[in-house]
Design a protein around this ligand. Structure first.
Ligand SMILES: [Cu+2]
Length: 471
């Protein structure tokens, strides 16, 4: 039986055309991308589908459609059960769910469960295409900590454009701990998804043209598909699940008044304790849960500085409007988790990965000198042993993502790992070099291997990806 699917609603009327301009003064260190007027729109909240039963089933229908981001102008978009993005799926540890994905977008795609600990044959990588007009059924055994994950396509070669057009959705795992900590947990009210994406709008229309080297950068921020967003929030603690679902943009988030906020979770689960920060770097593919304490004050802007280009760019992401008429409950616990750190001296194997922007065999970009080749298994990993992976780059910053499990970071650029990155991760920021400790418990065979890759989606499409088995 299918759980009720609520439509992912997009308003057809956004009150006033509003847009952003890029003022390029190359003498300035900071390029301002500023909102030059127009009313703000209330943040759209993707509908949530609760998977509560034990053999629960859900169907996602990939659709092509049009979305009116700005009044009077329609953009061609994709979505799941709607026309842009998809519903948030909430699942529970130890649940078994059946996910049926129907593709009606007119081109092949896949559905990757980013962050889920599932075997290679249901991971949704490039070897599991769903032809248009066809469906695919994945039985997913949810066996991991409470965490914020997401689903998106992972087709070889045209992944970037499919995600860009709207194929992405959040998948929340809950467990006994997450339900008993007393954290804010009212979805959309004090437990709020923030799916941050930049898109290029020309005359109100979302456009995509290839700039594969830098990765695609837009001029407008969408949060949950909302341009120029605001969100009313209750007084007190509010939890945000921040997902950088942008193709290529790096964000360093902060509040305009430079207030403190708390990081409580990385991709794969809670940190041991909340970590106080004033700014938070989130690269493509990464998720962080944060807690912000709002007092009965005036509106406050959540900002970001982005430095993909040589000049930094400053964006407003969303404006929060504290509202005392909204009642909510939720506390910031002092202890969230107790993660046993992996012991680097116990690592039984070392692998090295180097990102290449040039001079690779079989494609434009690659890892260790080779572009991704669907017919080549690059690495064979043994199940249940601890490994140290060293990932380096001499040419640009790249977010390194691997499938199938969560890992721990051992070092970043030769330095100790910042406190707020000392949790379970599936993306690591690689400036010069990062080291991770990883152990796989599930299998991926030659027919359905796992992937490791740069999560700048244009780089991935250009070949900056490899595949590995676990047996
Ligand atoms: Cu890259």
């Amino acid at each position: 039986m299918f759980t009720t699917i609520m439509k992912f609603y997009f308003p057809t009327f956004l009150s006033v055309v509003s847009f952003f301009i890029l003022s390029c003064d190359i003498d300035e260190d900071l390029i301002e991308i500023s909102n030059i007027g127009g009313e703000k729109s209330e943040l759209l909240i993707p509908e949530i589908i609760e998977m509560e039963g034990n053999e629960d089933a859900i169907e996602l229908v990939m659709q092509a459609g049009q979305t009116e981001f700005f009044e009077g102008t329609f953009s061609d978009t994709f979505g799941y059960n709607g026309h842009f993005l998809g519903p948030t799926l909430r699942v529970y540890k130890n649940q078994v769910i059946t996910l049926t994905t129907k593709n009606t977008i007119g081109e092949p795609s896949t559905i990757h469960k980013h962050g889920l600990h599932v075997p290679g044959n249901v991971d949704g990588g490039p070897h599991q295409p769903i032809a248009s007009g066809k469906s695919r059924v994945d039985v997913l055994n949810i066996n991991q900590e409470a965490s914020t994950n997401w689903y998106h396509p992972h087709l070889m070669g045209s992944n970037a454009e499919q995600v860009y057009k709207g194929l992405a959705g959040m998948m929340i795992v809950e467990d006994e701990k997450s339900l008993s900590l007393g954290l804010p947990d009212e979805y959309g009210l004090n437990d709020i998804p923030l799916i941050v994406q930049d898109r290029l709008f020309v005359d109100g229309k979302m456009t995509y043209t290839s700039d594969h080297r830098v990765g695609y950068l837009g001029n407008t921020i969408l949060v949950n598909g909302t341009p120029n967003a605001f969100k009313k929030v209750p007084i007190g603690w509010v939890r945000f699940r921040v997902l950088n679902a942008s193709n290529a943009r790096f964000y360093n988030f902060n509040f305009e008044d430079n207030r403190n906020f708390q990081v409580i979770a990385t991709e794969g689960g809670f940190l041991d304790r909340p970590v106080t920060v004033k700014n938070l770097e989130v690269w493509p593919g990464e998720r962080f849960e944060i807690m912000v304490n709002f007092s009965n004050s005036s509106s406050i802007k959540f900002m970001a500085i982005s430095n993909n280009r040589r000049q930094s760019e400053s964006f407003e992401i969303i404006e929060f409007r504290p509202d005392e008429s909204i009642s909510s409950q939720g506390e910031l616990p002092t202890q969230l988790n107790s993660i046993t750190p992996y012991d680097a001296s116990q690592a039984e194997n070392i692998r090295e990965f180097r990102f290449n922007m040039d001079g690779v065999e079989g494609g434009m970009m690659g890892i260790n000198g080779f572009a991704m080749n669907m017919k080549v298994i690059n690495e064979r990993v043994q199940k249940n042993i601890l490994e140290r992976w060293v990932i380096s780059s001499f040419d640009g910053k790249h977010p390194f993502h691997l499938h199938g499990t969560s890992f721990q970071i051992l070092s970043m650029d030769g330095n100790a790992v910042p406190l707020h990155e000392r949790g379970w991760k599936d993306v690591v920021k690689v400036n010069d070099e990062a080291e991770i400790l990883v152990r796989f418990e599930l299998e991926a065979d030659d027919d359905d291997p796992y992937m490791y890759h740069c999560h700048i989606l244009e780089h991935e499409d250009m070949g900056m990806m490899g595949q590995f088995t676990v047996q």
